[in-house]
Design a protein around this ligand. Structure first.
Ligand SMILES: [Cu+2]
Length: 413
């Protein structure tokens, strides 16, 4: 949450929140560049007497100052459009929270597990009820509970007037409109309690209907869902036949076998990959570098130093001879170069063309690398390692969630 004297946005707590806040920083950098440039030009023009005819007509300048702002707008627009799309598009979430605004409290409903209709109201905690560490006007009696790093969805609506459900640190804000469902993604990066406030003027107690989300690990969330379901349903009787038990046993064996096979396969892949990486990067690449590059360079430098030292020794003994030799040597080097060009024009042209093509190719390669890295940085602000970790954790949590729910369902169908 915000703190006193804070400048800028809160630290991102959701997957998209991190990206959105990076977009803000990115936009700020572009704006800083534009403002500095415009300010500098304003200053420069204001102190110039403007007598140069170059200032009255300059075609290439017109072209540059048309194309450059286009590029800047693209730089701002493309990541923004991508994030807008990602915020709106929620595909197959694992669990849903219905968020309903009332005058003047929120209510939350967890209704997609086993057709249960578990719901509760969330009121502001009165000052008299605050405990140590509670935030005044932020704490509620029952928090909205979500799982950390699980693909969850919030459906926001209202019972009476328009409200707005907002968590600034997760970059979430959705209007709660009567008769309409708005969809938001709830994928928090880590466990904790996150605060927000109703963000659409809804009446006299608009300031007193805070939003308090508690993100917990997926195991705790699932246990919480199940315990609520147990409390809210009286369908606890089980009348299994031995065939049912046999079927359940078979399913366990089958799932266990496939999990074990998957694990072994992954271990093999990991081992092969590790082997390859260790040998390639740990031995082959450094060895190649040391042997090929450093060794030849060291040899060349050493030989050069040795000949210099020899020459200086000679110079100390007989300066005239040494000087004559040096002049002859330099002349011979230049002469042999010219001789090579004159006598072997085809070889020389071949060498020249080869070097030019080589340098052009490396320049092209570098430009492609620069453009591709720019495009990849524009498509996402977080690095691939972060995304990899998030994907792995979300996959693992989805598996855990479905595993626990499925097992509970098997016992209480
Ligand atoms: Cu409100």
């Amino acid at each position: 949450m915000s703190f006193w004297g804070q400048i800028g946005l809160q630290e991102g707590t959701s997957v998209l929140g991190v990206e959105i806040q990076s977009l803000y920083d990115h936009g700020m950098i572009v704006m800083l560049f534009v403002f500095s440039y415009v300010g500098f030009m304003l200053y420069k023009i204001s102190i110039s007497s403007l007598f140069s005819s170059e200032y009255l007509e300059k075609q290439w300048l017109e072209i540059v100052w048309t194309i450059l702002p286009c590029g800047l707008l693209l730089l701002l627009g493309l990541p923004s459009i991508k994030l807008l799309y990602l915020m709106d598009e929620l595909e197959l979430p694992e669990a849903t929270v219905k968020i309903i605004g009332h005058q003047w409290y929120w209510s939350y409903e967890y209704s997609d597990a086993f057709g249960s209709t578990y719901s509760f109201d969330s009121y502001l905690k009165a000052d008299s009820g605050l405990e140590g560490g509670d935030y005044r006007l932020f704490e509620v009696d029952s928090r909205c509970v979500v799982a950390t790093l699980l693909h969850m969805r919030g459906l926001v609506t209202s019972d009476d007037v328009v409200h707005s459900w907002a968590i600034p640190s997760a970059s979430i804000k959705a209007d709660a409109i009567p008769g309409r469902l708005n969809q938001i993604g709830l994928c928090f990066l880590y466990s904790g309690v996150f605060y927000g406030q109703c963000s659409e003027l809804c009446g006299i107690n608009h300031s007193f209907m805070p939003i308090c989300v508690e993100a917990v690990p997926v195991e705790i969330f699932t246990d919480w869902i199940i315990s609520n379901h147990k409390e809210n349903s009286n369908n606890n009787s089980s009348n299994y036949t031995y065939l049912d038990y046999l079927y359940i046993l078979w399913k366990y064996v089958r799932t266990g076998g496939s999990v074990l096979a998957d694990l072994v396969w992954k271990l093999i892949v990991l081992y092969v990959w590790w082997f390859e990486m260790v040998f390639y990067y740990g031995l082959y690449v450094p060895a190649e570098f040391v042997v090929v590059s450093s060794w030849s360079f060291t040899k060349w430098t050493f030989n050069l130093c040795v000949s210099f030292v020899k020459w200086f020794g000679w110079f100390a003994v007989s300066p005239l001879d040494a000087s004559v030799y040096a002049v002859k040597y330099v002349f011979w080097q230049v002469y042999s170069g010219v001789w090579y060009v004159v006598t072997k024009p085809f070889e020389f042209t071949h060498w020249l063309v080869k070097s030019i093509v080589k340098s052009i190719l490396s320049l092209c390669k570098f430009s492609v690398f620069l453009v591709s890295s720019m495009v990849s940085s524009m498509s996402s602000f977080t690095d691939d390692g972060f995304k990899q970790v998030v994907m792995e954790r979300v996959n693992l949590n989805t598996f855990k969630f479905l595993w626990i729910i499925q097992n509970y369902y098997k016992e209480h169908r």
